[in-house]
Design a protein around this ligand. Sequence first.
Ligand code: MG
Length: 173
Amino acid sequence: MITQTIANALNSQVGREFYSAYFYLSMSAQSDTLGLKGFASWFMAKYNEELLHAMKIYQYILNQSAQVKLLPIDQPPSTFEGPLAMYEATLAHEQQVTKNINDLIDLAMSERDHATQIFLHWFITEQIEEEATVSEIIAKIKLVGGRGDGLFMIDNQVGQKVSLPATTSSAAP
Ligand code: MG
């Protein structure tokens, strides 16, 4: 059993994970419109991952016999200047999510809720990986500058990389 304070905080995090999914779905659509199919599949894989994050917390709340309370999901931006802007927005967003997870752990610590702290460790590891991957893509995009041929090469590379992890993550929530 978790306290109401923890349940409320976790329900807010479920909402933020759904917002993340929405945010990446929007960028997937824009990448597709720009003809960048690799980036589009990368953002689509992110969308699926975020849904899994939301559902993981949702299931934890239920397992702890607390009440799931779904909150409204904000509208994500629908236009971005291009791939660099999208990946920079992704990094800023993931850094904010990392902060949210840290705040949740601080709260769980103050409530002496060891189960929730352990549960959230998975998310900390996940955030380290997310930030590293996104930083790597940003560095590559910056390297080619505005050159179309370089961008298409990265688009291709990024698209190939997602096909495997996307399948793996959807098979193992
Ligand atoms: Mg997430």
